[in-house]
Design a protein around this ligand. Structure first.
Ligand code: 2P0
Length: 340
């Protein structure tokens, strides 16, 4: 097989990953826990067809990719080629189903789709945990997008990273006694608060935080407790408990980055206004159970029940500085959609 197309959904971490134990192998310093989304993701076609004659040819959202992105993808393809015993250059065509400048064009769905499409096109049929470890080499968060629904990423302890993989959590397939099986019907409402690229990429920001933030060790030390609380909340389908962990984890991650020297500030005024709106929704009578999380950018993502998603989206759309909102549901893991 020399051609394969894969799709993968992006994921939003509820317990954040922010720091590495090994930069070369992209091994996280802690575990993390996320929700894979349905509508927002990446479709990638890989053909080991000789590329542009000299090297790999990467087309991203209809245009030839820039040097930096191309190099990162080629380095990833080199790992796949080495493993499969292939030395042919590739043509890669990748499209994000994420709205332009949404701040959600994350590397998570990109490297998950690339790991699956490239490995399959190279003739490898990797089991999910090995695919997850492969995707991690491209981007830490991509290891989680191999799986659908709620997913936990293990930091692993091995130096070679073979145990630094993600796995789906049981809540994806079974609920509490009496509840119907299937994915817990939560939603993530995304409030876009800025257009354009973020100021500092996650990889560089994590390294800078680890080197200069006096809060970094305290941040790392707290993640296991958040993971345990999040797992327990998901088992019970307790939205308020899961939301409390998500807010705590995001605020601590940002506090740690804010304390770096020089400071890493991802927020803008609309970020804070959206946080205030979410808290007001909870304090209102009747209350709406809604909980925010924020990644390496100014946008605010709000966890809520499916039946409240439209109300939460409308409330956020009215916040000054919020440019647009979108609603995402839990989605499946990475999958092959075409192979030849
Ligand atoms: C996360 N983020 O857990 C955290 C929270 C952003 C904020 O994972 O260096 O692009 O490629 O492993 O995965 C974004 O970082 O970083 C990220 P690398 P990645 O979702």
């Amino acid at each position: 097989m020399t051609v394969a197309t894969a799709v993968a959904g992006t994921n939003i971490a509820l317990v954040k990953y922010w720091g590495k134990r090994d930069e070369a192998l992209n091994l996280p310093a802690t575990g993390s826990l996320s929700l894979t989304l349905d509508r927002l993701g990446t479709r990638t076609r890989v053909a080991f067809d000789g590329g542009d004659g000299g090297g790999d040819l990467l087309t991203l959202n209809g245009a030839r990719a820039d040097e930096k992105t191309s190099r990162r993808v080629s380095a990833f393809l080199d790992r796949v080629r080495a493993r499969a015993g292939v030395d042919t250059r590739a043509t890669v065509v990748t499209d994000n189903s994420v709205p332009t400048a949404s701040g959600l064009a994350s590397s998570a769905s990109g490297f998950a789709a690339l790991a699956l499409a490239a490995s399959r096109a190279a003739g490898l049929d990797l089991p999910p945990n090995e695919l997850s470890a492969l995707a991690r080499l491209g981007s830490g968060s991509a290891a989680r997008s191999i799986f659908g629904g709620f997913v936990e990423m293990a930091p692993g302890t091995r130096a070679d990273g073979t145990d630094a993989t993600a796995h789906p959590l049981a809540a994806n397939v079974q609920g509490p006694p009496g509840a119907p099986p299937g994915v817990w019907e939560v939603r993530l409402v995304v409030a876009i608060t800025a257009a354009g690229e973020k100021a500092i990429g996650s990889t560089a920001a994590m390294t800078h935080t680890a080197r200069t933030s006096p809060f970094y060790q305290a941040w790392i030390a707290g993640v296991d407790a958040d993971l345990a609380a999040a797992r327990a909340a998901i088992d019970r389908r307790d939205l308020a408990a899961l939301g409390a962990v998500a807010e705590r984890s995001a605020l601590r991650m940002h506090a740690t980055a804010l304390a770096a020297d020089p400071a890493i500030v991802y927020w803008n005024p609309a970020t804070l206004a959206a946080i205030a709106r979410v808290r007001a929704l909870r304090d209102a009578s009747p209350a709406t159970q809604a909980f925010f999380t924020i990644d390496a950018g100014p946008h605010v993502k709000v966890l809520c029940a499916a039946e409240d998603a439209d109300r939460v989206a409308a409330a956020l759309a009215g916040v000054p500085g919020v440019l647009r909102t979108l609603v995402a549901a839990p989605g499946p893991g990475a999958r092959i959609v075409e192979a030849a």
